[in-house]
Structure formats: C-alpha cells, structure tokens
Ligand binder design. Structure first.
Ligand SMILES: [Zn+2]
Length: 390
C-alpha cells in the first residue's frame, strides 16, 4: 500500500519520526487545516496511519493524535563479505528483532539470499511480523540501483547481474530495493546516527574494501551509473602495490582489511613487532583486529601501520573535502575500530591540507552505530520508497 499523492507521502515521512497531533503536523506542513485533515483521514482509510488518542490541550479543543499503523513492518538485509544480518522494524524504523550469522558471500546468490530469507522466517516465527511492507538490501559491491542488480562485483563470484531485487521481492511478497553497503550505512547514519541533523555529509567505510557514501541535501548521490563514491580505487601512489581491480597504487591496496593483514604479517616476519610475531605464530595469520589490539597495547610498529594508512586515507579525504565541502565526515567499517590513532591521523592530514573555509566547521568522527548502521539504513531506503507517491 502506497500513498496516493505527494502530501500524503510527506505526512508519512514526518510520522516516521514519531507520532504527533494533527495540530502539531499543521504547524510544520504547508497545508490548510481542512486539507491536512482530509489527507490524514484518507491515510487512516488506507491503513497506513491510525488514530492515537488525544493530545494535551494547547488552549482550545484537544487535537487528535495520529501515528503510523502499528502493523507496518520493514525488513533490512545487510549482506557482508563474511556475514549476513537481518532485522525487522516497525514503521518508525525501531528495530524489533535482529539476527546475524557468519556467511560466505562466495557461496553465491541462491545460497546467501536463502540464508537471509530463512533468518527473516525465524523473526516471523517469533511473532514479529505476519506481512512485510518492504525490504531493503545492502550488498558489498557495486550495484546498479535502477535495475536492482550487482554489476561485476570483485569479491562476489556468481553474483554479476543476478536479479537480487526481484528474487527477494518475490520471496518475501513485498517491494524491495538493493543498494551497496556503503550507501545503506550512510542512510543509517542519516536516520539514527550522528548525521541526523546534517544534510550534506560523507561516510567513509574502511573494511575489506574502502568506499564512500555521499549524501546531498538528505539524499544519497549515486552518480549516473551508481558508482559514485568508489574511492577505494583512487590512486595514491604510481608505484604502489597491485590492487584487486588490476591497477596499482589504489587506496584500497594500501589500506583495506587485506592490506593491513599483509603489512602486519610483513612486520611480524621482519621482527618489527614481538606481539604480532607471537600472534602470527599462534593463529597462522593476522587480521586488522590483531593490529588494533597491538596498537591498543602500545605496539610501535602497529601504531605506525595505522598512521601510514590514516595518512593515505586523509590525503584522499582532503581532496574530497575540497571538492564537496561536506558538513560532516563519518569514518565507519571494521577497520574504523582501529579507533583514535586512525582518527587523529586522518584529522591532522585533512585539517592541514584543506582550506579553512572548508574545514572551519567540519567534524570528522567515528561512527557510533557500528553494525546497526547497515540494517537501519536498509529499512530507511525501502521506507523512503514505500512512503513516496507511487
Ligand atoms: Zn583498485
């Protein structure tokens, strides 16, 4: 069920922020009281909105409160390289249930999407929903948003042009939308995170890969074909290491999860870090997490690896800040757990390299939503669609 016109769509989006009285809605929308009441009554008839008692008196007659239907349910599906998360929310995008499982993206779309649908089935068995009104899906690779398909995703064998949107929509019996993981994280920050009051911002995700969500005037900017923000393959050094994309010297080849593990291993083998050498001997391999733990214990080599990476991210980010003039930069993703050493290095480069007019009022912060950003953003994506005039 979708709203019938733009006024109804606007009212639904306002109520997504929480129920309120007809009088309060009248204060913020550009509609006559009689027109507002006609649209609200129609939304109640459609089953999208429901009455919610009476508000406190503001001096005259008490105004009727309204809220989104308590029956509304959205699903968020966040598929990562090594995990799948699903959640069910109400119409206001409050998370009612959230399940997460390890899952290898390389098993292919049929297996992975089946896992996601099975997990959602568990939430249905718990009584969290009987019918979904929409599902948003995030994938860890490039997505053609209008077609709802991944396009030549480097770490997702078997997924190229697989009709993810159609498959999930059919399986769940509701509208579905697909976007890349970075864009849905940015939408999560816009809805529930540090970007709530910010119209123009960048979300830089540093995980297995490196990407950037671009929000302009409260909306995701995807570019002509959906690849906007793919900053992991910006070249930072002509003579740099070979990247998974086939070029050399990409940011991602210096500072993603895989690059960190490789550098940590090299340091451990060369005797530069007793701690990392011990971890390598015990576990057989090193991860970004080992670098984080080592740095937290004051390991000089680990701190240097993080500083070098942060400096390169900062160089790219300084260019983006000059170009885009954002009001906020959020650093997110698994590698962001490297924490304040990383943040300090990025900040120092950006503040030094960009002009004062761009950085004078530019917070650069670590995400506070963590793993929840993706699923909340996925439900925000589909609710934006469901709460728009069809
Ligand atoms: Zn590359």
């Amino acid at each position: 069920m979708r709203p019938e016109n733009a006024h109804q769509a606007m009212l639904l989006r306002l109520l997504r922020e929480g129920g309120r009285s007809r009088a309060e809605l009248g204060d913020v929308v550009d509609l006559s009281r009689s027109k507002l009441n006609v649209e609200l009554d129609r939304l109640i008839e459609l089953g999208l909105v429901e009455p919610d008692g009476l508000a406190e008196s503001r001096g005259g007659r008490r105004s009727g409160k309204v809220r989104l239907s308590r029956q509304t349910r959205f699903a968020g599906i966040d598929i990562g390289a090594t995990s799948v998360d699903v959640a069910v929310t109400d119409g206001e995008l409050n998370v009612l249930g959230h399940l997460s499982e390890p899952c290898d993206i390389r098993e292919g779309p049929a297996v992975v999407l089946d896992r996601a649908v099975t997990l959602l089935g568990k939430l249905r068995e718990q009584g969290l929903y009987s019918q979904l009104h929409g599902a948003g899906i995030g994938l860890p690779g490039p997505v053609s948003f209008p077609e709802g398909v991944p396009v030549v995703p480097p770490i997702m064998p078997g997924w190229d042009r697989y009709p993810v949107r159609e498959a999930v929509s059919e399986e769940l019996g509701c509208p579905a939308l697909v976007d890349n993981d970075v864009n849905i994280m940015a939408l999560g920050e816009l809805h529930a995170g540090l970007a709530r009051q910010v119209g123009d911002f960048l979300l830089v995700k540093i995980g297995t890969g490196v990407g950037c969500g671009i929000v302009v005037d409260g909306k995701i900017y995807r570019g002509v074909s959906g690849s906007a923000g793919d900053i992991g393959h910006i070249r930072v050094d002509d003579d740099g290491p070979i990247c998974a994309c086939g070029n050399s010297g990409c940011l991602e080849a210096y500072f993603g999860g895989a690059a960190l593990a490789r550098e940590a291993t090299a340091v451990a083998r060369s005797g530069g870090s007793p701690y990392l050498a011990e971890r390598l001997a015990a576990a057989g391999e090193l991860t970004a997490q080992d670098v984080a733990v080592a740095a937290a214990q004051g390991d000089a080599a680990a701190i240097q690896i993080i500083r070098d990476g942060g400096r390169r991210v900062g160089q790219v980010l300084a260019s983006l800040v000059s170009f885009f003039n954002p009001g906020l930069v959020i650093i997110a993703g698994g590698v962001a757990r490297l924490g304040h050493v990383l943040l300090a290095e990025i900040r120092s480069v950006v503040y030094r390299r960009s002009l004062p007019l761009a950085t004078g009022n530019l917070p650069i912060v670590l995400s506070e939503l963590g793993d929840a950003a993706g699923i909340v953003g996925a439900t925000r994506l589909i609710s934006d669609h469901v709460y728009s005039a069809g």
